[in-house]
Design a protein around this ligand. Structure first.
Ligand SMILES: Nc1ncnc2c1ncn2[C@@H]1O[C@H](COP(=O)(O)OP(=O)(O)O)[C@@H](O)[C@H]1O
Ligand SMILES: [Mg+2]
Length: 315
């Protein structure tokens, strides 16, 4: 039954058809489980078609339970190669295994030194590196001393947080730069440097893309709509990004992707999420304060997202 619902959904070509489908499904009293299988961005159509509030809550909570199952799937490591020794832990997405990637993983620091370093800070080093014919984007989370290593032996490394966050985003239809490998340098249970290697994407960040003086492109409204979809999906999924600045949206071939996921946190309860949300949304709103052109696209989005949680005048 569920399969048929999804199959029929996938045949739809545009929002007009999707809206009609949701309307029909609502009038048939379709099970919340079916709605929960659609990507969260389409919950908008549920709202537009006057879905009852308890259905929206039910759909959300079913997805949250499925999210816990995603954790179990990741633990069973289907699709990933996992290697652990006293000195390091590596996880590689099997779709990306190749000699270039294994070479990079055997000595990431040398590749970083020889690569194009974007940022070299206390906490992180970020670089675009070349291995053979391939380019990768790599981020190293530097250790913050012995005691930090001790605490990180109990909680996930920032690289592991990023890795899991990217898998979660993929499962709810939020585009991100795909991580291809995770590496943790270790001394037994103690974690030292950790790394995430991502696919490299020729891109510019949203602050440059929508900058005052940049040539407004016909794609601007489509890109803004896609950012709106990302933000809507995060809110419906009770996810706080933690640093929603424009530099953390990169635009690749006029498609926005959300990056920099090491503070991302997914909440189980709306009340816990609601406490953190004003800060996240305020950070996003701040991007456009001095950008009147972009502001025209994002102010309505921000006002809409504020509903029921944040007083827009406080942003
Ligand atoms: N996969 C990628 N491919 C190419 N460039 C990227 C990629 N990911 C990030 N960047 C660029 O690097 C910058 C910094 O990356 P980010 O992960 O946000 O690190 P930081 O912690 O320094 O903010 C981004 O603003 C973007 O311009
Ligand atoms: Mg960033």
């Amino acid at each position: 039954m569920t399969d048929l619902f999804l199959q029929n959904w996938q045949l739809l070509k545009n929002d007009q058809e999707r809206s009609e489908f949701i309307y029909q499904a609502l009038s048939r009293n379709e099970a919340p489980d079916n709605f929960s299988r659609l990507p969260p961005k389409f919950d908008r159509l549920l709202v537009e078609n006057q879905a009852p509030a308890d259905l929206l809550l039910k759909v959300q909570s079913i997805r949250k339970k499925r999210e816990l199952k995603l954790e179990e799937c990741l633990k069973s490591r289907t699709g990933f190669s996992y290697q652990k020794s006293w000195n390091q832990l590596t996880i590689t997405d099997q779709r990306d295994e190749c000699p270039e990637l294994s070479n990079l993983m055997t000595d990431p620091d040398t590749y970083i030194q020889q690569g194009h370093i974007i940022k070299s800070g206390k906490a992180t080093t970020v670089a675009i590196v070349t291995s053979g014919q391939k380019q990768y984007f790599i981020k190293r989370y530097n250790p913050k001393g012995f005691f930090y290593g001790l605490t990180r032996s109990l909680i996930p490394s920032r690289a592991a947080v990023t890795w899991h966050a990217a898998q979660l985003l993929e499962s709810i239809g939020v585009p991100t730069a795909r991580p291809v490998a995770l590496l943790e340098k270790r001394w037994g249970p103690f974690k030292q440097d950790s790394y995430v290697i991502h696919e490299y994407l020729e891109s510019i960040h949203a602050m440059k893309y929508f900058a005052e003086g940049a040539e407004p492109e016909p794609e601007w409204s489509t890109v803004a709509k896609a950012i709106d979809d990302i933000l809507f999906t995060l809110k419906r999924s009770l996810i706080i990004h933690g640093d929603l600045k424009g530099q953390n949206f990169i635009i690749h071939q006029h498609q926005p992707l959300l990056i920099d996921l090491d503070s991302l946190c997914s909440y189980q309860s709306p009340s816990a999420f609601n406490k953190q949300y004003p800060k996240d949304l305020a950070r996003f709103a701040r991007n456009w304060k001095e950008e009147p052109l972009a502001s025209a696209y994002f102010t309505p989005v921000i006002n809409d997202l504020s509903k029921d949680i944040v007083d827009p005048s406080s942003l």
